[in-house]
Ligand binder design. Sequence first.
Ligand SMILES: Cc1cc2nc3c(=O)[nH]c(=O)nc-3n(C[C@H](O)[C@H](O)[C@H](O)COP(=O)(O)OP(=O)(O)OC[C@H]3O[C@@H](n4cnc5c(N)ncnc54)[C@H](O)[C@@H]3O)c2cc1C
Length: 410
Amino acid sequence: MIIGGGPSGLMAAEVLSAGGVRVDVYDSMPSFGRKFLMAGKGGLNITHAEAHDAFLARYGARRPNVEPLLNDFSPAALREWVGGLGVETFIGSSGRVFPTGMKAAPLLRKWLHRLRDAGAKFHVRHRWLGWREDGALNFATPLGEQSAHADVVILALGGGSWARLGSDAAWVPLLERRGIRITPLQSANCGFDIGWSEHFRSRFAGQPLKSVVATFTDSHGVTHLRQGECIITDSGIEGGLVYALCAPLRDEIAARGAAVIHLDLLPGREPQRVLAEVAHPRGAKSLSTHLQSHLGIKGVKAGLLREAVPKEDFADPVRLAAALKRLVATRPIDEAISTAGGVAFEALDAQLMIRTAPGVFCAGEMLDWEAPTGGYLLTACFASGRAVGAGALAWLESHPGRNADSPAQT
Ligand SMILES: Cc1cc2nc3c(=O)[nH]c(=O)nc-3n(C[C@H](O)[C@H](O)[C@H](O)COP(=O)(O)OP(=O)(O)OC[C@H]3O[C@@H](n4cnc5c(N)ncnc54)[C@H](O)[C@@H]3O)c2cc1C
């Protein structure tokens, strides 16, 4: 029995079906893979083509836990697997890997078809409610509450962001009640609130802020630096550059209540050169025209400068070389791309089986790891789905002859 029909649950279903096991996949939603489809909306970044060691480094403190999964199912193996579904992939200029066509829907359609052909049974609108006293699993279904026993259970219930797509983290108290250690869920790959003035917000919300360098020094004195793009939102900033700094910023905000990020609007230009350009006599020209013609500062960058630099400092050329902004809070968890936290690896064995619940495995975003955007999330979800599939197969082989009665019975 697999509960959760996202990338990790479906991957586990594939491994088990290929091993000749009857698989029933349950999901609370009316269809499978809704978050996966959403991920494909802006271009499905399925993995990344960078060197294996650099790839592994993206999982930060959880690298030791994620590394064995990715050694068994690497980004290259994932691309091959996608190719096996008849969907080609390509490497973008940033090293990110996408399916041709960029969308998730063709891939998901072919995958579900192949899983059905392999014998997997799908049960939509089955919301898992927890365990009964006798060990059966309870579901809320359109026909009322139903329950089922299974020889082996894989939980692949996702994180807590974008709850309307199905992953609402309602599993957290269900596992906690069984004494399973859960690290509290937190926003990952989320935007940050800044609190723009109405003037700035009304003119620039929705606009990209291109090619800036963001630096942030945490309270341990460690400086985090990223170059890239972000989007000005109604309440702050979001996008790749911000997501890359998300984890340390979030931790700083949790510890101190706020964090300060410095934006360099002119990366690659020496401060002395910028100073010389700003200080260059401008005659009758306005300062805005001068900054635009000498440094290319216009549009949202000019607006940000006005927003961040106090009026009285504006005549000081040095202060015009970079904008400073104070970030005050993370966005609500539901708006984040993914969540950090989840089932603690310490509660699991090497096959990702819950130590205190033999025969119950966990996979995907519900595990306590996080990574930036760039294809690292999906790659680890697929790899962990594969690992639990293999673990469950091994478990079934060593515990034969038990009775399962799924699909769920009233
Ligand atoms: C807008 C957006 C864009 C993204 N883009 C990318 C990207 O380009 N690249 C990338 O790598 N990652 C991306 N991600 C992240 C990626 O989609 C997720 O990390 C991934 O889908 C997680 O897979 P999963 O199988 O662990 O969980 P999910 O895909 O969340 O699936 C979990 C499933 O469990 C079901 N479920 C939950 N609770 C219950 C219950 N109690 N009973 C029954 N069923 C239940 C849900 O309905 C859901 O179908 C994006 C995410 C978002 C929100």
